[in-house]
Each structure stands twice: as C-alpha cells, then as structure tokens.
Ligand binder design. Structure first.
Ligand SMILES: Cc1cc2nc3c(=O)[nH]c(=O)nc-3n(C[C@H](O)[C@H](O)[C@H](O)COP(=O)(O)O)c2cc1C
Length: 439
C-alpha cells in the first residue's frame, strides 16, 4: 500500500445502476454523443482522478430492449478523449481473443503518442459467448483456451512495442538520416495462434508500453494478472473477500519476481451519496424501483453462460444448488463465484439478489453520506483491501459530481489523495516506472 490512493472512473452507460438511464438526474445526452464521454473525462480530470476507463463486450446483449450500453467503440473514444483532456490517464478494453495483435499494438501505440503517455490497456479475453458469433462464428473458446491464447498474445504485443529502441528515431534533417535502421528489428514470432514478423510500423511510445490493466479474478485470471498487470480491477462484494484477493494477488506477483507495489488493486465501488443517510437510502430505493427483475434474470443467465433460471421464483430464498458449479462456467468465472458466495452467506431471494446485482453487477454497492463513503474508502485502503478504487457511479454524471465535490476534498484533507497532478503520464499517476525495451 502506498500512502496515496488511486481513483479510476469507470464510465458505463448513464451510470452503473441498471436503471440509471431512466433516472431524471442522468445525463440528457445520447450514449452515442461523444460530448457525453468528453464531459465525464474532463470532470474526472478536474477531480484529479488517475484515469478513466471504458469496458467493451463485442456483441449486443439479450437485454438490449431495456438496457443501453456505452455504445461507442472504446479505442475510438480514447482518441477523442486524448484531445479533450491533458493529464488524466485513458484506459480502454481490447480483446486478446478477437483482435489481431499487430492491430492492437498499433492502436494503443498511436494512442500513447497522441495522449503524450496517458494510455492504458484493459486486457480481456472476452467472456461474452455471443461475441464468437461476430468473429468467424466458430463458437466461444473455453476459459482455459482464452487465457492460454492471451499468454502468447502478450509475448507478441510486448515484442512489437519493444521492436523500436527508444533512440531509434534521429530525425536528423541536416545529416539526412531519419532513423537508425539497426535499432528497429523484426520480432519473427511464429507461435501456435499468431505469426507476426514485425517490427511495429510505429516508434516506441512515451510510456514504452501502455499500462497493463487486467480484470480477471478466477485462479487462472489471477495468475495472468500476477505476471502482467500493473493495475487490477476486481468485483468484491465485501471487505473480507477484497482483503483475501489483495493478499493473494500481491503474493502471486512476488512469486513472479515482481514488486507488489507495482500491481495496484482497484476494487469496484458504487456509492449512492446523499447529504444524509436517509436521503442516500431514498435515492437507492428510487433506483431499485426503476429496475425490472426480468431484465436482471436475463443478465444473470448471461453471466452464467446462458444457464436457464426461468423456473426460479422471485420471492423464494436461493440455494447454492440453484446455480451451476463455477468450475463449469466458461464465461466470467470469478463473477459467478462472487454471486454464489453471496447466496451462501445471505440466502437472499432471487428478487433480492437481482436487486443487489442491479446496483453494479456484483461490485460493492453502498449508500451513505460523503463522510461515510470517505470512511469506507479509508478503511479498505488502510486495511489491506485496496490500493484505490474503480469508481462506478450509480448515476452519471450526477453521482460523479457529488463524489468530486464532497468526497474527494475529505480524502485530500486526510492526506490520502493528491491535491494536484505531480506527473504527466498514467505511469506517473500510478507510480510505475517506464519499462525498458527488451531490445
Ligand atoms: C471492472 C471490470 C471490468 C471488466 N471489463 C470487461 C470488458 O470490458 N470486457 C470483457 O470482456 N470483460 C471484462 N471484464 C471481465 C474480466 O476481464 C474477465 O474476462 C472475467 O472476469 C472472466 O475472467 P475470470 O474468470 O478470470 O474472472 C471486466 C471485469 C471487471 C472486474
């Protein structure tokens, strides 16, 4: 744990609550309007956040009739955000299963130049089964296959980002030499899934490589994170499991020969904030009343790889046996473990479970005053559960604005959060060194 906590804004729909898009205080802008995204990024930058982040799933969900998403393609959005902001880090999701590594290396390399060193890549293997139908139609890969491919993928893209040494470009107009050809070399990768000659057709970026972010929390996901991730997003429903995850991942990173301080752990936090506790609770109720349990049932099915939950009664207590064994789920395995863990601990009814998941899909949801939210953040931070948070405002921009106006100053007063940006790159905000090219 460093002395300063890190804050990332996760931009999702008109807020992370399933019904946020209908709430009167949600943004009036269309989710296809770039101004919606640039306004949020500028607000987060004014609040001195480390970064903003966009997720991506590569297919329309079954619940599209009742649930809008962050439609615009994330890399394209980052290009716009790079021009609209100056200091904040910019993180986009891109899939190792469905993107050619040469394309990805070029796009993130270009964004790193365009943003002057502020880009991060959320490395995902894409859990959503429907995505396979949009990329060759060969059917979804298993969880193990996806991670196995991702390992090879990392070797390819890292090789490409390192294929130009840092001093390769001379740009010597008088002498007539643009680059040192000997400092740009092919990677000659011939693997099981990818054949890439290289080098990348782009000089090395200001950060060397984008910051590697990862969000898989299954056993395989954790081992992958321990090897590569510099920041880890994770869904935790309570402090005790967050502490267990934190300790485990830091230890796995040490076993990989890494400094555990260079693997930042950022659990999701979705706070409904009110000036009194009663007001926060009222707002949380208002949001829950806008959500439809049948939409939640569809989403739950998607999380469990299409498992049929239609026979379960809404108002009867759930049992762990109502769910498939997480070990057999090929989709987002760790999230299914989180959900079954909650069922085991609290035996909610299906309606109650869906109500909880409506808040932020299995991330930590809470309602309280700014003081209470700041206390919770400080407690998790000081007590080995988090290096910072992936803030998931239930309503955007309203709950982000309240967080910045009311919670950030409390964190600053307690010496936990920056009062100005000290550096100019995402690596600087996250306290990470620039990697040398393995040339
Ligand atoms: C905050 C957060 C954001 C995520 N964003 C994406 C995403 O944009 N696209 C995606 O396919 N998976 C996303 N995931 C899912 C994970 O990357 C991972 O694929 C999933 O958890 C399955 O891997 P696991 O079984 O190792 O956890 C996200 C997870 C978290 C916690």
């Amino acid at each position: 744990m460093s002395s300063q906590l890190h804050l990332n804004l996760f931009i999702h729909g008109r807020g992370h609550h399933e019904a946020a898009w209908r709430h009167p205080s949600a943004s009036p802008l269309a989710l296809t309007d770039i101004h919606y995204y640039t306004d949020l990024a500028r607000k987060a930058e004014a609040g001195l956040f480390d970064s903003v982040f966009l997720a991506d799933t590569l297919a329309v969900g079954d619940d599209v009739a009742h649930a809008p998403r962050t439609w615009l393609e994330p890399i394209t959005v980052l290009a716009a955000l790079a021009g609209a902001t100056n200091r904040i880090g910019l993180i986009a999701t891109c899939s190792t299963t469905y993107t050619e590594p040469f394309n990805l290396a070029r796009q993130f390399g270009s964004l790193d130049h365009m943003s002057h060193g502020r880009v991060g890549w959320n490395i995902v293997t894409t859990w959503l089964a429907a995505a396979a139908g949009n990329y060759g139609g060969g059917g979804p890969l298993t969880h193990a296959d996806r991670y196995e491919r991702a390992e090879e993928y990392m070797r390819v893209v890292t090789g490409l980002w390192d294929s130009w040494s840092d001093d390769a470009v001379l740009d010597d107009r008088a002498g007539g030499q643009y680059a040192r050809a000997g400092s740009i070399r092919p990677i000659q990768h011939a693997g099981e899934h990818h054949q890439v000659t290289g080098p990348l057709n782009l000089p090395r970026g200001p950060q060397g490589r984008p910051v590697f972010v990862q969000a898989g929390s299954s056993e395989t996901g954790r081992r992958f994170a321990a090897r590569y991730a510099e920041a880890v997003f994770t869904a935790q429903m309570e402090k005790a499991t967050a502490q267990e995850f934190y300790a485990d991942l830091k230890q796995l990173a040490v076993r990989e020969g890494r400094d555990p301080r260079h693997v930042l752990i950022l659990p999701g936090l979705s706070p409904v904030i009110g000036s009194t506790e009663a007001e926060a609770q009222r707002l949380a109720r208002e949001l829950n009343e806008l959500s439809d349990p049948e939409v939640g049932r569809k989403r739950l099915s998607g999380r469990f790889g299409g498992h049929d939950f239609s026979h379960l009664k809404l108002d009867e207590p759930l049992r762990p046996e109502d769910f498939p064994d997480p070990g057999t789920v090929e989709a987002a395995r760790s999230r299914t473990e989180v959900i079954i863990g909650l069922v085991r601990r609290e035996t909610p009814t299906l309606r109650q479970l869906l109500g909880y998941l409506a808040g932020a899909r299995g991330h930590f949801v809470t309602a309280g005053t700014p003081e209470q939210i700041a206390d919770l953040i400080e407690d998790w931070f000081r007590d080995g559960a988090a290096d910072g948070f992936n803030l998931m405002p239930p309503i955007l921009p309203a709950m982000l604005e309240v967080f910045i106006a009311e919670v950030v100053p409390l964190l600053q007063k307690r010496g936990l959060f920056r009062t100005r940006y000290a550096g100019a790159t995402l690596r600087a905000h996250y306290g990470l060194a620039r990697p040398d090219a393995q040339f």
